[in-house]
Design a protein around this ligand. Structure first.
Ligand SMILES: CC(C)(COP(=O)(O)OP(=O)(O)OC[C@H]1O[C@@H](n2cnc3c(N)ncnc32)[C@H](O)[C@@H]1OP(=O)(O)O)[C@@H](O)C(=O)NCCC(=O)NCCS
Length: 332
């Protein structure tokens, strides 16, 4: 029997054109460009226009992906959308995307894992493709964080941005030793009340009171989340490397979730990685939640840092807490 691995065969991304700089935020909350840059590494972020939802960002990115790879929408089997800012609770963002791009033979679903949304989507895509059942799967990481942020809360509104990254996943023969080698996904419920959106779901359905008290906005205990992120990003990276007998020095490209430059630097230090091994876009894009890793992949692919045969480690951490890592050899 022919044995397959799954591999990423194309990347794309889309960011809304409107840019909000740190200086812009100085006008709306008590903050400074200096504080944001030194405490987070962020200088600017993109913001969706009114009415521009997660599906709209994803459709822009997927249409570019299909054009670039000369793929007809009918060839797509499955679209998995990692997001915590879906257009609506239901129908899913995936349904809207599938309809809009004319992917008549595809099915799909949204997957909620916060900042780990893309890694969970990629791990799921891997299973479907590796089994030989599906030939073309799109894994999406998209978030319109501006739709769930309190613009008056300086603890949160400065950190996040809007953006989308998409990847095409296809089978590759296992004996090429290219493609996805392993993935690891993890949940630790210690984070349930540390980074969350209290209202709007079945626990606290929307009422005038939830609106008046701002329970429909994202809340975060930044300091505590920071500590967990620093530990877990390094731990999960080490676990996936160790169980595959790979040393950090064998990694050519490390793409960590982009939550805070200090978290990235801490993971880099623990893994003893050189600057040139680490991909960073938080300075220009901020934390785009499920969008950080696929947009970094697209950036690294465009600027030539991802080449055939390179060993790549993706590592994430997010609300839940969720965490995950994917190890792969780049195949094109
Ligand atoms: C949110 C975060 C940037 C805050 O940075 P921090 O260094 O931990 O800052 P603190 O929360 O300790 O606040 C330090 C001070 O700065 C203040 N401050 C907070 N936000 C500020 C802002 N935007 N501008 C200016 N000052 C601010 C605080 O009020 C506090 O003041 P005080 O000392 O007078 O009380 C940081 O904790 C973080 O990145 N956390 C993790 C985020 C994360 O990973 N989230 C998602 C996981 S996917």
């Amino acid at each position: 029997m022919t044995e397959f691995r799954a591999t990423i065969t194309a990347t794309e991304s889309y960011f809304p054109s409107k840019i909000i700089t740190n200086k812009d935020l100085e006008k709306t909350v008590d903050t400074s460009d200096e504080w944001i840059r030194t405490r987070t590494g962020i200088t600017q972020r993109h913001q969706a226009k009114k009415g521009q939802a997660a599906s709209h960002l994803a459709i822009e990115a997927i249409e570019k992906l299909l054009k670039k790879t000369k793929t007809a929408p009918e060839e797509i089997d499955l679209i998995i959308v990692g997001t915590i800012s879906p257009d609506t609770f239901f129908p899913s963002t995936a349904c809207r995307i599938i309809d809009a791009i004319g992917a008549k033979n595809a099915w799909g679903f949204d997957l909620s894992a916060a900042c780990s949304g893309y890694i969970y989507a990629l791990a799921t895509a891997d299973q479907f493709v590796r089994s030989g059942r599906y030939k073309k799967v799109i894994a999406v990481g998209v978030d319109v964080m501006s739709s769930i942020l309190d613009p008056k809360d300086r603890n949160t509104c400065i950190i996040f941005g809007d953006g989308c990254g998409v990847t095409l996943i296809e089978p590759i023969l296992k004996d090429t030793e290219l493609g996805i080698i392993d993935h690891l996904c993890h949940v630790d419920g210690a984070g349930i009340d540390l980074l969350y959106m209290p209202a709007g779901g079945s626990l606290h359905p929307t009422t005038q009171e939830t609106l008046d008290t701002g329970m429909h906005y994202l809340k975060q205990d930044g300091k505590t989340v920071f500590k967990h992120a620093v530990t877990e990003m390094a731990r999960i990276s080490e676990e996936i490397l160790e169980r595959n007998n790979i040393s950090p020095s064998d990694i050519d490209v490390f793409i960590p979730h982009q939550a805070n430059i200090r978290i990235i630097e801490s993971a880099q230090k623990k893994l003893k990685l050189k600057d040139e091994q680490v991909i960073i876009n938080i300075d220009q894009r901020a934390n785009t939640t499920a969008g950080t890793i696929p947009t970094c992949l697209d950036m690294a692919q465009r600027d030539g840092r991802l080449e055939k045969g390179k060993m790549v480690l993706l590592t994430t951490f997010g609300a839940g807490f969720t965490a995950g890592a994917v190890l792969m050899r780049w195949s094109y």
